[in-house]
Write a protein that binds this ligand. Structure first.
Ligand SMILES: C[S@@+](CC[C@H](N)C(=O)[O-])C[C@H]1O[C@@H](n2cnc3c(N)ncnc32)[C@H](O)[C@@H]1O
Length: 425
């Protein structure tokens, strides 16, 4: 069997049947502004809401006279026979719902952006599959394509289409950047949305904390580029990264910008999103599980716990230009408060010196959680007085957790990224 998807101009269709299947077809025809007539002895309740004229009667050969296209949604053998007899007499094209062997044409799964339509057909093999593929494509095509199609149509009619300009505009519309939060490292802690987003991209730009197991989830054939900025070792400046994102998205590509943890927690995600928005490039943000939350949790540190902490803060010890941020140190005086410090390990000596100078008590509990959620997760329970020495034994990356909740660490469950018994890992 060979098939050819074509676009019919102003077809007139006869729809036979008044049940749920016919109702579905009627809705599709109405959605596409198709001129059609529907005949059945009885109509189910849903038809009452549709703006169409129903002809209530049994189906006869004479009803077919004005039509070349018929959709048979009756499922009735006498209607099938009547149509077969008529087809012997003249050219009549029939779509018999759920009976591919009786079909002369199939409906495709459609999606629309104004006059732009995408039709997916499996040649009658599987309407379910065509719908799944249609829905996947649907997620990739922005609503603004409707307006662009309208403008392109008007320009063409007026005789001044500019293919180059249209190409640029279409690429601008279709290109986008996904700022994807990849969590602290374990693939099992990637969100489902992040995983699904990854399956639909053309290019991946990733940071140095993106783990190998997350990169292994990028489909084969999708280009990857490392744009990591380790302390004192930047493979790309932020300006270069912004420009790469702009350049690729402007070519119509879907670019995944992979960030560790959550993109908006000390990940410069906001900067990138603002820069892209300024250039008129679409950006979507996929939140991720921040190391500030997941790290302590898997290390047996509850950020809040009755009697120990009524709240917590997340801060960075690092400021632009590799400077030490001191602004948060007063938090260490707050009673029943936990302070999670990112990018703090290399500033351990400065933190201790500045905290002691502010009369923070030396026995304030501190934990270092390094490589959180990964196979080599490391947890060191310490105190402000001991921190400099203990920090020397710690790996990177690490979060520091200050507060009384650290005292509970020995009594709460702790593990690395692998939770025994959870098979998805
Ligand atoms: C540039 S910040 C990015 C934070 C990230 N956006 C987040 O929400 O986790 C990098 C810092 O995050 C922390 N970090 C990230 N992943 C970590 C991990 N697996 N274990 C411990 N700390 C981690 C460290 O403090 C590291 O210096």
């Amino acid at each position: 069997m060979s098939t050819l998807p074509i676009v019919l101009k102003d077809p007139r269709i006869l729809l036979l049947g008044g049940g749920a299947v016919a109702l579905h077809k009627a809705r599709v025809l109405l959605d596409n502004a198709i001129d059609f007539c529907v005949i059945a002895r009885e109509f189910c309740a849903g038809f009452d809401e549709l703006p169409l004229v129903r002809i209530v009667k049994g189906i006869e050969t004479a009803d077919l006279a004005d039509f070349a296209l018929v959709v048979d949604a009756t499922g009735a053998s006498e209607v099938a026979q009547l149509l077969a007899r008529e087809k012997q007499r003249r050219l009549l094209l029939v779509n018999a719902v759920d009976a591919p062997e009786r079909c002369d044409f199939y409906f495709s799964a459609l999606l629309r952006r104004g006059d732009l339509k995408v039709a997916v057909s499996s040649g009658g093999a599987s309407p379910t599959l065509t719908q799944i593929v249609r829905d996947r494509i649907d997620r990739l095509l922005p609503a603004e394509l409707a307006a662009l199609t309208a403008v392109a149509g008007r320009d063409r009619q007026a005789g001044h289409s500019d293919a180059m300009a249209l190409r640029t505009q279409a690429h601008r519309l279709l290109g986008e950047v996904l700022l994807i939060g990849c969590g602290p490292g374990a693939a099992a802690l990637l969100t489902r949305q992040a995983y699904e987003a990854l399956q639909l991209v053309d290019l991946v730009l990733y940071d140095h904390l993106i783990s190998d197991e997350i990169l292994a989830l990028v489909p084969a054939g999708v280009k990857r580029r490392y744009v990591g900025k380790q302390k004192d070792r930047h493979s790309c400046s932020q300006e270069e990264i912004n420009q790469l994102l702009i350049d690729h998205a402007s070519q119509g590509l879907r670019v995944a910008r992979l960030k560790s943890g959550d993109p908006y927690v000390f990940g410069r995600g906001a900067e990138e999103a603002l820069c892209l928005a300024q250039q008129g490039i679409r950006v979507q943000v996929v939140p991720g599980l921040s190391s500030a939350l997941a790290g302590p949790a898997l290390a047996g540190i509850a950020l809040t716990a009755r009697g120990y902490a009524t709240g917590f803060s997340v801060v960075s010890a690092h400021l632009a230009g590799n400077r030490f941020n001191q602004a948060w140190l007063e938090l260490l005086h707050l009673p029943q408060h936990t302070t999670v410090v990112l990018m703090g390990l290399s500033f351990a000596a400065q933190i201790v010196e500045a905290a002691l100078a502010r009369q923070v008590r030396p026995d304030l509990p501190v934990a270092i959680v390094a490589n959180a959620t990964r196979d080599n997760q490391q947890v060191i329970v310490s105190s402000l007085a001991q921190l400099v020495e203990d920090a020397r034994q710690a790996c990177r990356p690490a979060v520091l957790v200050f507060g009384e909740v650290v005292r509970l660490q020995a009594r709460l469950p702790s593990c690395g990224g692998r939770i025994p018994g959870l098979e998805s890992q």
